[in-house]
Design a protein around this ligand. Sequence first.
Ligand SMILES: *[C@@H]1O[C@H](CO)[C@@H](O)[C@H](O)[C@H]1NC(C)=O
Ligand SMILES: *[C@@H]1O[C@H](CO)[C@@H](O)[C@H](O)[C@H]1NC(C)=O
Length: 392
Amino acid sequence: MKLISAATILALLSLTEAEKTRNLKSKSSKSSKSWSYPKTKSCKDKSSTSATSEADTEYASLKAGSLIDTGDNICAGSKVELPNIPCMVQEIIDEIEMKNVNPNLTVNPNFALGTPEQAGGNVTLGYIGSLDVDSTPILRPYSEEGMCPVNVHWHAGTEHLSQGEYDYDGKGPGVLVEMDDEYRKLAMDGKEIRQGLRCHHYDETDIKFTKEYDWKYCVDMHVGETYEVHWPHSNMGDCGTSNQYQYPFYDGVFCNFNNPKQTDPEKNFQGDLSKAKIGVQAQIFTIVNDEDYYYPNLIDGMIVGGEYGKEMTKYTGSTTGDSRSNEICSQYTGITWQVDRKCHLISASSFDKMCQDMLSQKDDMSSDVYAHGAREIVADHLTADNQYHRKV
Ligand SMILES: *[C@@H]1O[C@H](CO)[C@@H](O)[C@H](O)[C@H]1NC(C)=O
Ligand SMILES: *[C@@H]1O[C@H](CO)[C@@H](O)[C@H](O)[C@H]1NC(C)=O
C-alpha cells in the first residue's frame, strides 16, 4: 500500500497535457460538428430582442406586483465552492480505495466528496459503467427521502445517452456546421454553448415540430429541439418555504448544510455531510407546438404517470454542464441521478409556464430560463458501475 503525499498530488496536477491525454483515454469528441439555426424562418430574428425585453418587462411586473415574501433569502451564498479539477488518474482512485481499507486516511482533497464518478453517462438499459465505486444511488423517489426540488434548469441537447431514444443519431431543426472540435451552437447573446445529443422524434414535414412558438418567459428556446431538464433535489434545501427554489442550484442544495441564518436546529446540518442526500431527476423532451402535450407543473419535478418516469436508470455521478468534460471533472460527486430513458414530447407552452413560475420565485432565477451547455457523454472509465434499471 502506498500513501499518496501532497507533493505527489501536486505532481499529478501538473502533468503535461500530453500525459493527461494518454492517461485519461478520453472517448470524447466523436465528430466535429455544431448546430446553428437558419436565419430565414423561425421567430428568432424577428423576435429575439423583443422577446427578451418583453420577458424583462413581464419579469419586472411580476416582481413588482407580487405578494411573495421578499424577506431575507437565507440560502443565498450557501454554495460550497469546489472547483473543477483534472479527471482522476489511477493514483487518485487508488487513494480513494485505500480510504475504504483504512478510514483514518485523509482522502485526496481533490475529490472533496471522496468519490470520483461523473455524470451524465450512458443510461441505456443494461449499461454498466466501468468505474468500480462503493456508492449506491438513492432508489426511492426523492420525495420519500425528505428531499425537495431546489431548482430546475435544462441543457441544450442531452447530457445522457439512451440508445434509440437520444443518441448520436438524433435530429432537430438546428443546421449542422463543421467547427473545430466539438458540437457547439450559438446562444442568443452570442456566447457559444455546447449542444448535446437529440431525440429521434423530429419530423420536418409535421408542423408541430416546425412552427415556432411565441415564447414569453423562456429565452432562446426552439420548437423541434431536444432539451434535458434537471431538477436538483436535496434534503438540505429549505423545503416548503419561499427559499426552496434557488439560483444557482448549489445555493438550494447546500442551503442548510451549515447555515448561521437557519434558526431551526432540526433543519441545520451543522456542516455534517454524512446525513446529506443529494439527487437529480432528469427527463428528456423534444418541444412541440401542440397543446395536446401541455403539462402545467413542470417546476415541481419530473412528470410521472403513463410512459413518463416509467423506464428509469439510477446511478451515482456528479454535477454536469459544459465546463466539465472527460479531461476536466466535477468534484460534486456521489450524487444520485434518476434518469428517464425515454424521450417525451412536450408542448412549448409547458416550458413557458415553467419559466413564468421560475420568474415568480423569491430568488432571482432569470439566469436559468435559458438552455445551458451540455457536457460531452462521460467516458466509461469515469462512469460508476452501480446502475439500477428500475421504475421510480
Ligand atoms: C483509526 O483511528 C482510531 C483512533 O485513533 C484507531 O482506534 C483505529 O485503530 C484506527 N484504524 C485503523 C484501521 O488504523
Ligand atoms: C450504451 O450502452 C449500451 C448498452 O450497454 C450499448 O449497447 C451502447 O453501445 C452504448 N452506447 C455508447 C455510445 O457507448
